[in-house]
Design a protein around this ligand. Structure first.
Ligand code: UD1
Length: 340
């Protein structure tokens, strides 16, 4: 069986993808520098899969180290590249930190592997900004990025497109995630936000457990059914499975071109107030929340057209918002009893 390298393998989406690759029978090697994750995730993965994961601690910005690693691992046939900085606010404050890390790592990886791999790139629906029509399809216009973080995703896609044009043997799939939330059903892995969570669902679970105060709903005067902003929330386990499907598609050589892009969402939008309600109903916990002003840089609503991913990847999200909330809550409770 092929061996797949998962960069950012101890991160939120990386760790869930490692489990799904293992379930699909792949050999996996995880890589991380623990800049935004914990080494304890490796123990958790061993408990879930019954097997200690192969792991390398490495900074992908270290060109020499990346070349040495790749030379030592000719058995790697696929790379799923999650390793990147992702905090929108921090990227505005420290743009060079984001441009340096997110581009050096990608360029070093491609240069070191040359054309020998199938690469999955972790992109984002942030490239669409506020789309002109919904649900947004993959061929919608890419809008000017609101933050350096968003810009790194847009430019990285362009770097990959340009590289694929002159490197026909290299295969790349960019996956544009909508809003990944939830946690593994074992509650042994999940999202580990640093400091005060900026994203909605980790804030909700931390508020419910008493780690944070009330939730602020950022705006209730949007042009949406209940006035709060709408997003396409997707369960991280569904998202992880789509990465396995993307690797399989590149292995089977059915792709029309050596660069492809797919939306990964459920196709269904939920408002902030609907998410709060789903959390309360599916967990039985009461949330304290208040309406506040809009958050700068937020779009009104975005949800994805998932026709292309259903057809091309043979993949469809299966878990609903209730399951997303329940699993996120179980993970938060696990963390309370077992702090990382
Ligand atoms: C954000 C990023 C996006 C990134 C994604 C990664 C911004 C503008 N966008 O998406 O680029 O790819 O995270 O996960 O930061 N909300 C509240 N109260 C809160 C927190 C959030 O009402 O305390 C609302 C937001 O206004 C938004 C929705 O909840 O309408 C989801 O917010 P969030 O989880 O931060 O995700 P995005 O902003 O969609």
């Amino acid at each position: 069986m092929a061996k797949i390298l998962v960069t950012g393998g101890t991160g939120f989406i990386g760790s869930h993808t490692a489990v799904e690759l293992f379930n699909a029978g792949y050999e996996v090697i995880l890589l991380d520098d623990f800049s935004n994750s914990s080494s304890k995730i490796l123990t958790q993965l061993e408990t879930i899969t019954g097997q200690a994961p192969e792991f390398v601690e490495l900074d992908l910005c270290d060109e020499k180290a990346v070349f040495e690693f790749v030379a030592q691992h000719p058995e790697i046939t696929g790379v799923i590249h999650f390793a990147a900085f992702k905090a929108v606010g921090e990227s505005v404050q420290q743009p060079l930190k984001y441009y340096r890390n997110n581009f050096y790592s990608l360029i070093n990886l491609i240069n070191a592997f040359k054309s020998k791999v199938n690469l999955v790139f972790s992109s984002s629906c942030t490239v669409y900004g506020q789309p002109d029509s919904l649900p947004v399809t993959e061929d919608a216009a890419v809008k000017k990025a609101e933050s350096p973080y968003g810009n790194t995703k847009q430019i990285a896609e362009e770097i990959l497109i340009d590289t694929c044009k002159v490197t026909p043997e290299l295969k790349v799939t960019s996956l544009r995630y909508f809003n990944p939330v939830g946690a593994h059903s074992s509650a042994l892995i999940g999202e580990l936000p640093i400091g005060v969570p900026q994203n909605l669902v980790p804030f909700i679970t931390q508020s419910a457990i008493g780690k944070r105060g009330p939730i602020t709903v950022f705006g209730n005067d949007y042009n949406t059914p209940d006035g709060s902003a709408v997003r396409d929330y997707i369960h991280v386990v569904d998202l992880a499975k789509a990465h396995v499907a993307a690797i399989k598609r590149m292995e089977s050589a059915v792709a029309e071109s050596n660069y492809e892009v797919f939306n990964l969402g459920t196709g269904k939008g939920s408002s902030v107030l609907q998410i709060i309600q789903a959390f309360e109903e599916s967990t039985g916990e009461k949330l304290n929340y208040a309406i506040g002003p809009r958050r700068e840089g937020d779009v009104e609503q975005v949800y994805g057209d998932v026709t292309k991913s259903a057809e091309g990847l043979g993949w469809k999200a299966e878990l609903d918002v209730n399951e997303m909330m329940r699993s996120a809550w179980n993970w938060e409770k696990y963390l309370k009893d077992n702090p990382f």
